[in-house]
Structures are given as C-alpha cells and as structure tokens.
Ligand binder design. Structure first.
Ligand code: MRU
Length: 366
C-alpha cells in the first residue's frame, strides 16, 4: 500500500542487502519512521514492544529474526535457541510458531555454511506469500461486500465495522480485514468503515484510521463500546475482523473486545465475518476458550494513554489513580457459533471443522 504516494510493505530487506527494515508502528500515527533490525535481539525486541504487530507480520518478522540469528551463529544449537527466544516474545498469534517451524524444517537439512542465504530467500518467500494470501482474501471478501452493496439503496455506502488493526500494517501488505475494503473502494463501491479505537493500545485510532486515511477510504473513529449502539440503529451492514489464532473448529481469538462485537452483531442480525490466512489456523486446538493462550500485558497500558501534544511531540499521561491495579488481557475468543463466515485465501466457509478441513486438507498440518 502507499504512504504519501510511495508504495511500502511493512517489512523488507535494506539496500545494504542484509539488514531488515520495518515500519515502526510505535511511532504511528504521530510520525512515519522506519526501524532497522540487525540482530536476533533487535527482532525479538521489535515484536515484544510492538514496533511490529499483527499476527501475519509477527510471523514474517520472526522468520527474519531467525535469519538474523543465523548470521551470528548458524549451528543447530543456535537455531534452536533463537527459535525459543522468538517464540517467547508474544504468546497468542500462532503465525509466530508457524513461521519458525517452516524455517526450521527447511533449514535443518542445509549445512550451516549455506543456511544464511537459504534463510534470507525463505524470508522473502514467506513475505511474498503473505501478500498473495491477503490479496486473495481481499478478492473473496469483495464478493461479500458487492452483495451487500447490491441490496442497498443506490449510492448508499456499505458500512463496515472493524476492530483493532487487521490492516496492511498487521500483515506484509493489503491486510486481512482491510483487503476487501481496499478492493471495494478501488472498484468504486462506496464503503465507510467504523473504526473501533481499540483500547488500551489504540491500534484502531492510531493504525487503522491512519492507513484507511492514506488510501482515501471514508471512515469514522468510535469508542470501543459504541458498536452495539451503531448496530441497534442499523448503521452497520457487516463486521469484518481479523484473528491471531483460529481453532480447527472455527473459534477465533482476536484483539480483546472482538467477542463483544460478535455478541452485539448476533443480537442485531448483523453479519459477522472473520478474515484469515490459513497460517492462523491452529489445527491442534479445538476449543478456543480453553485452548488458546491469552497474552496479558503490562497494566500501565491501561492506566495511561499517549498522544500528540498541540506543539508536536508525544506525551504519556496517567488516567487512573496512582494505586489502581489494572488487568490487561490482550485477546479474547469469539466462539464459532457467533461467526457467519471465515473469509480465507481459499474461499469463504462457515466456521466449522468439516468446512475448514475440506478447504485446507493436506496443508498447514492437516
Ligand atoms: O496486539 P496486536 O496489535 O498484535 O493485535 C492484532 C490483532 O488483534 C489483529 O486483529 C490480528 O492480528 C489480525 S491481523 C491481520
């Protein structure tokens, strides 16, 4: 996607031919900056501190992190400990494990002297695949938006509610939930996106609003709790969200608050769709509520907010009493029964085990 007219991906090899560049998402929307990663430690830190975030991008960054680790030491032992360090950065997005397993499987048979070159090209393959996958999710989701548009009064925009950032910043390009939106907008279908701010880290306010704005997609920022009201008043035609881990039975684990949107959507007859690459399916888990590790982050993210000062610069201020204890659950699980469809790179299916297995049979561990 473009930033001020210049096409970008979220992760790429630097012009020096070996180090890795990422868009620094900690600095958005206040500043657009590129961070340069030169070691395993820097890649781990970038994932942990959310300089990069979003399940597919976490996966791609972990692959590049392993490549950087192999530049330091390409032995089997070093590869094992690099994978452990990367796996420990964030617990919920299964793409992290998927990317590292894919890298490890391909690299183990390669003699250490050839591993860095092979790892670098594998990272490129993973990134390119992610772009193609998201494009394909976009095409399948576009069909759904077209249908909704055709049923509306002529000229009326299709109102889409999204949560967190499942946009191009969360992937290598296109995004998952935003890919159909960008394609509909580019095809001349009028779309309007309700963007949940997504407390506590405000990925909606800071990232989704920013990237939709860069692409010229009409959108309105709302507080997280507004979704139910909007749906009761017929102001949402469909919900499109992403996922960090999807069970083989179609339960979806996404940014905390997604479940409440799905409940409100069901109560109001609003279709609730989840956009996902096959890489977010964890075939080993069938019960999302019991089987998916939910990241708990620092309570300071809840008791404080950051923003731009009128004269420039970014400040963080406290919004709760000094001694207030905060719990910070970063994800929740939306059970399959509340989801209308899963929009994947292979097509649109109902969220159930048979449909998912049929679509991905022979792939991703099936
Ligand atoms: O904590 P984050 O910002 O990494 O959470 C991201 C999300 O919850 C996204 O919705 C999810 O990764 C899907 S990304 C296409």
């Amino acid at each position: 996607m473009k930033v001020d007219g210049i096409p970008y991906r979220t992760i790429w090899l630097d012009a020096d031919g070996w180090s890795v560049n990422v868009i620094d998402q900690m600095r958005l929307p206040h500043a657009f900056a590129v961070a340069n990663l030169r070691s395993l430690a820097e890649a781990c830190e970038a994932i942990r501190t959310m300089v990069v975030r979003g399940a597919p991008l976490i996966g791609a960054t972990s692959a590049y992190g392993l490549y950087l680790a192999l530049r330091e030491d390409a032995s089997d032992d070093a590869m094992t400990s690099a994978c452990s360090a990367l796996l420990a950065t964030r617990p919920t997005a299964v793409n992290l494990r998927w990317a590292l397993e894919r890298m490890r499987e391909a690299l183990l048979p390669v003699p250490p002297a050839g591993r860095v070159d092979r790892a670098r090209s594998l990272c490129g393959e993973i990134a390119d695949e992610d772009v193609r996958t998201c494009e394909s999710i976009g095409r399948h989701g576009l069909g759904i938006i077209r249908e909704v548009h055709a049923a509306k009064d002529p000229g009326e925009p299709v109102n889409i509610l999204t949560h967190c950032n499942a946009g191009w910043l969360a992937t290598v390009d296109w995004g998952t939930a935003t890919a159909p939106v960008y394609m509909a907008h580019d095809a001349g279908i009028p779309v309007h996106v309700w963007v949940d701010e997504t407390r506590p880290r405000n990925q909606g306010a800071g990232l989704t609003a920013w990237e939709l704005g860069m692409h010229g997609v009409p959108h309105t920022l709302v507080v997280d709790n507004a979704g139910g009201h909007l749906m009761q008043h017929g102001m949402v035609d469909l919900c499109l969200v992403g996922t960090d881990r999807t069970t083989r039975t179609g339960d979806v684990c996404n940014k905390v608050g997604t479940y409440l949107k799905a409940l409100a959507a069901r109560d109001n007859g609003v279709p609730f769709h989840v956009c996902l690459p096959g890489t977010t399916i964890d075939w080993s888990v069938s019960d999302g509520v019991g089987g998916i590790p939910i990241e708990q982050r620092d309570g300071n993210e809840v008791t404080r907010v950051s923003g731009t000062l009128p004269g420039g610069g970014v400040a963080t201020v406290r919004i709760a009493p000094d001694d207030t204890r905060a719990a910070n659950y970063a994800f929740d699980v939306t059970p399959a029964r509340l989801i209308d469809s899963l929009i994947t790179e292979r097509g649109v299916v109902p969220p159930d085990e048979t449909a998912l297995a049929g679509l991905f049979r022979g792939h991703h561990g099936e």
